[in-house]
Design a protein around this ligand. Structure first.
Ligand code: PMP
Length: 395
């Protein structure tokens, strides 16, 4: 027995849930993702996706990806810095910068690597990074990789944020990093208040638009656009893995900051560039978003319907203002059980348990796509209501 197997043999965290038959992870999907998917011989309604625009699996995007493979092959065999830059990378960067109204954008191979690479580099030893305590793991890791001094404020608590900022040197670089839409509970960052604090205490702001892009603002430009605060936000991060039906991510900002990152972000320079297929898919999804504002209208129509239905049925849904609807359970074991029962009865949703939240805040995360129908929402609400009542979570 090796050192590592010895070290980890007591790691039996998922065992209990496997034995109880409620282990919810790594289920295999057998085809394209849509509002209904086949998983292990079982057809389920997909309410556990991040593909808010419903463009994942869209034929036009698949065709664009196939054409890119025919022209450029399957990989770039190098980083953007050296031999890995294609004309389609540069075009996508130009279009993304224009879309979010910034000077320049840089595309990375995942959204995670944007946050990890950018946050780590833009703040040095003399600087401060200040995060919301529910920021995404990739923001947390970017912060940890930085040499800057690091601080956290209580989720969306502007008083706590101000108390932190007022103790910091006025002239120091202070970067506030927030999720525009919080990914588990669907609430929005209080961007208007953060911008006020930025001016009062001389700070900079970076917003992660992973869940805002394709959902909020004109043609899905994001939460910054939704609040009319794009010019006040220094850096906008986005990912292709949700509304843009692909994989990859970008950072957008002013020319000087992006020029610095282009020559210094380690996850950009020391990692291979995004594949031709993924790049072409993201480009096609962006083009479709710009041409078809009705996608966002449909998404909000079905989102507002689902919000109304869950409220009517007495679910506790927190402060969500987005297509991410948290259905609070507030008990870890019941959260796993409810997820498993929902799957058995034909609804795929995701459990949110510690460390993603406190043990008393566990929930199942229900998320909408523009392609969901109200009939699908009704069917899922009915099934979930039955289960939540059976488990004594709601009446
Ligand atoms: N930021 C947020 C808020 C996210 O939810 C995610 C993905 N779950 C990421 C960044 C990372 O993006 P990607 O999946 O493209 O690596």
């Amino acid at each position: 027995m090796g050192q590592l197997s010895e070290k980890f043999k007591s790691y039996r965290l998922p065992q209990k849930f496997m034995e109880a038959g409620v282990y919810p992870y790594f289920r295999e999907i057998l085809g394209r993702q849509g509002t209904e998917v086949e998983m292990g011989g079982h057809k389920v309604l997909m309410f556990g996706s991040n593909a808010y625009t419903g463009l994942v699996g869209d034929n036009r995007i698949c065709e664009a990806a196939k054409a890119a493979i025919d022209k450029y092959g399957t990989g770039c065999a190098g980083s953007r810095f050296l031999n890995g830059t294609l004309d389609i990378h540069v075009k996508l960067e130009k279009d993304l910068a224009e879309f979010v109204h910034k000077d320049e954008a840089l595309c990375f191979s995942t959204g995670f690597s944007v946050n990890a690479g950018v946050i780590a580099m833009v703040c040095g030893r003399e600087d401060y990074i200040i995060c919301d305590d529910r920021d995404h793991a990739s923001i947390v890791d970017g912060r940890r990789l930085s040499f800057a001094k690091q601080l956290k404020y209580k989720h969306n608590d502007m008083e706590d944020l101000e108390n932190i900022l007022k103790k910091l040197p006025y002239e120091a670089v202070k970067l506030i990093v927030v999720d525009g839409v919080f990914s588990m509970e669907g609430d929005l960052a209080n961007l208007p208040a953060i911008v006020e604090l930025k001016h009062k205490y001389n700070c900079s702001i970076m917003v992660d638009e992973a869940h805002g892009l394709g959902v909020f603002g004109k043609n899905g430009r994001g939460v910054c656009d939704h609040f009319g605060l794009t010019d006040e936000v220094d850096l906008i991060m986005g990912t292709f893995s949700k509304s843009l039906a692909s994989i990859g991510g970008f950072i957008a900002g002013d020319w000087d900051t992006i020029n610095f990152l282009r020559h210094s972000a380690r996850t950009y320079i020391f990692s291979a560039s995004n594949t031709p297929a993924a790049t072409a898919a993201a480009q096609k999804a962006l083009d479709i978003l710009k041409e078809e504002p009705e996608i966002i209208e449909k998404l909000w129509d079905v989102t507002n319907y689902a919000l109304k239905r869950f409220k009517e049925e007495g679910f506790e849904i927190g402060d969500t203002e987005s297509p991410i609807i948290p259905l609070y359970v507030r008990d870890v074991d019941k959260t796993f059980l409810i997820t498993a029962l929902a799957f058995e009865r034909g609804v795929f949703i995701n459990p949110v348990v510690p460390p993603a939240c406190a043990p008393t805040d566990t929930l199942v995360r229900y998320a909408l796509m523009a392609t969901h129908t109200k009939e699908q929402v009704d069917r899922s609400v009915e099934i979930l209501k039955q289960i939540f009542v059976e488990q004594g979570v709601i009446k």
